[in-house]
Write a protein that binds this ligand. Structure first.
Ligand SMILES: *Cc1c(COP(=O)(O)O)cnc(C)c1O
Length: 405
């Protein structure tokens, strides 16, 4: 039977080095079914049928490749995995039910009791709890370090250090870590480096090419881009991902095919969105620096940012998230947020809609006062994830906020 569009697709696999990023973002990973569909189908099925008992036995026994159950493999999830792997330059990707599930998979599947982690202290709040509370119960200890201080990374090493973990740029203060330099420190110790690439996405930064062994994403943010689905992904070598896959398959942190489909289509516009988010955030950061009532702006695209040179070297643009301190304290920050009209007051980021957050009482509210002080998160700090609305409307909302402090 002639299968329209199928033979061509079999011949041309958009997965290698032959195609550029923007082509891979649109094309990589798709495998047509033979129905001639142009867009990707969603395989909403929990299990798969076999043509015989013998075939079922061979699949379960691992003698024959193929789908068994969607906790193990699902064609839509695999299509998303192939596409994001092509974009990060990874041998393989394993999708997970959330960004936290991706980090948990790295923590549990690649380590064991008695291992030690060196982690940036400027990581996502739940990441701190994951390492500090849950992995501690599994006998895995973590030392948190200043992410900008290479000597601190080196000094934290113990004989049993197995993993280095960082997020660059960090949330909400846009602190950067030199990926290549820390990868060398990790590798000298025989440890792995994992980078949470949520804020830049592969459109702006590809950590595996800079020496990292593992990349993780909260796909919930920019990969989706429109605030619809929760999901995550882990990327790296075939060897490491086989361990991650085994964990996800057994322990159940698998991604829903519906969410995978949304992420897959999200990737098609990733590069355009990241460019637009970055341009808008840059313009807004420069403008905010000039406004009366703003004490300080944190954005790695600004010349005033202490690691601006590293940002230029390591990233192709500066991303869509910035934060700033308003004149005054918590009251002033709350007044600012409440006086805005268009911005969404939400903890989420990486959306086409501009979002505004008070980190000290939301995303970072579970930290102690001392921990927040140590991390530099002040009461007058506001984080904005700059969306794709008209820049003049975004500025107008900022002015409403400023008028209310
Ligand atoms: C949101 C986020 C996570 C967690 O991802 P979920 O999809 O919410 O589980 C991890 N790291 C960073 C940097 C994030 O912003």
């Amino acid at each position: 039977m002639h299968k329209p569009g199928f033979e061509r697709e079999e011949r041309i696999q958009f997965e290698g080095d032959n195609y550029a990023f923007d082509t891979l973002a649109v094309r990589a990973g798709q495998r047509r079914t033979g129905e001639g569909e142009h867009s990707d189908p969603i395989y909403l099925t929990s299990s798969y049928v076999f043509s015989s008992a013998r075939e079922a036995a061979a699949r379960f026994g691992g003698e024959e490749e193929g789908n068994i159950y969607s906790r193990f493999t699902n064609p839509t999830v695999q299509a998303f995995e192939r596409r994001i792997a092509a974009l990060e330059g990874a041998e393989r990707a394993v999708a997970t039910s959330s960004g936290m599930a991706a980090i948990m998979a790295v923590g549990i599947a690649l380590m064991q009791q008695g291992d030690h982690v060196v982690c940036s202290r400027s990581v996502f709040g739940s990441t701190v709890s994951l390492f500090n509370k849950y992995l501690t119960r599994a006998g895995i200890e973590t030392t948190f370090v200043d992410p900008t201080d290479l000597d601190a990374w080196r000094a934290a090493i113990r004989p049993n250090t197995r993993l280095f973990f960082m997020e660059t740029p960090s949330n909400p203060l846009a602190e950067l870590t030199d990926i290549e330099a820390v990868s060398k420190i990790a590798h000298e110790q025989g440890a792995l480096l994992a980078v949470d690439n949520c804020f830049c996405t592969p459109a702006l930064q590809q950590p595996l090419k800079q020496g990292a062994d593992i990349v993780i994403h909260s796909a919930t943010k920019y990969l989706d881009g429109q605030g619809r689905c929760v999901g995550g992904v882990v990327l790296g070598s075939d060897k490491l991902m086989e361990e991650i896959f085994g964990y996800v398959r057994t322990c159940g942190a698998c991604l829903s095919p519906f969410n995978a489909w949304n992420f897959m289509t999200g990737l098609e516009t990733l590069s355009l969105r990241m460019k637009a988010h970055s341009d808008a955030a840059m313009a807004l950061a420069l403008w905010l620096e000039q406004q009366d009532g703003i004490d300080k702006v944190y954005y790695s695209g600004l010349k005033s940012h202490p690691q601006h040179d590293l940002a230029v070297e390591q990233q192709s643009a500066f991303g869509g998230v910035l934060s700033f301190e308003v004149r005054g304290g918590k009251e002033a920050a709350f007044n600012f947020i409440d006086a805005t009209e268009m911005f969404s007051i939400t903890g989420n980021l990486g959306d086409v809609k501009t979002t505004i957050t008070h980190p000290g009482t939301t995303t970072h509210g579970r930290m102690s006062v001392e921990e927040r002080a140590e991390a530099g998160i002040k009461d007058n700090l506001i984080r904005v994830s700059v969306g794709l609305e008209d820049l003049e409307d975004i500025k107008a909302d900022m002015l409403r906020g400023l008028a209310a402090i």
